[in-house]
Design a protein around this ligand. Structure first.
Ligand code: HEC
Length: 115
């Protein structure tokens, strides 16, 4: 009896997890205006929010080469339609300018507990 319940629970998890992931984000939750202004913002926003929130993108701070890798990864691993030519250029220019690697906090690492 216990065993059967456990199996049901596991099956339920397997079935419900992907569905839940899909309903947590809808593009309407965000709009391009919420993010750093700059040429290419709309293009980047719509290219990336086909699958996930732009916050996930905006919270990164990467070099251009790392943004390249990031896009390549989306194409390779997640079946993003390849972003090429001028579109790729536009999106990369925006990401590079708007979300560069963050400078380390002034004064270096601070132990949050040492107050
Ligand atoms: C076809 C779907 C799809 C598109 C389009 C897409 N992504 Fe993603 N992306 C994903 C999925 C799925 C994840 C979930 C995390 C993972 O497994 O990498 C993700 C995760 C990420 C992450 C987080 C990775 C990490 O290591 O935490 C970044 C950054 C990212 N995407 C950047 C982008 C950028 C930039 C674009 C637009 C140029 C984009 N994505 C467009 C599917 C997509």
């Amino acid at each position: 009896m216990m065993l059967r319940l456990t199996c049901l629970a596991v099956a339920g998890l397997l079935c419900s997890a992907p569905a839940a992931a899909q309903t947590t984000f809808t593009p309407r939750d965000e709009s391009p205006e919420e993010f750093a202004a700059g040429p290419g913002r709309d293009e980047a926003f719509y290219a990336c929010t086909a699958c996930h929130g732009f916050k996930l993108v905006a919270q990164q701070g990467l070099t251009r080469a790392q943004w390249e890798d990031s896009i390549n990864l989306m194409v390779r691993r997640h079946n993003m339609p390849p972003l090429e030519g001028k579109d790729r250029e536009t999106v990369l220019n925006y990401l590079e300018a708007a979300y560069p690697p963050r400078a380390p906090a002034r004064g270096g690492w601070q132990n949050p507990f040492a107050k």
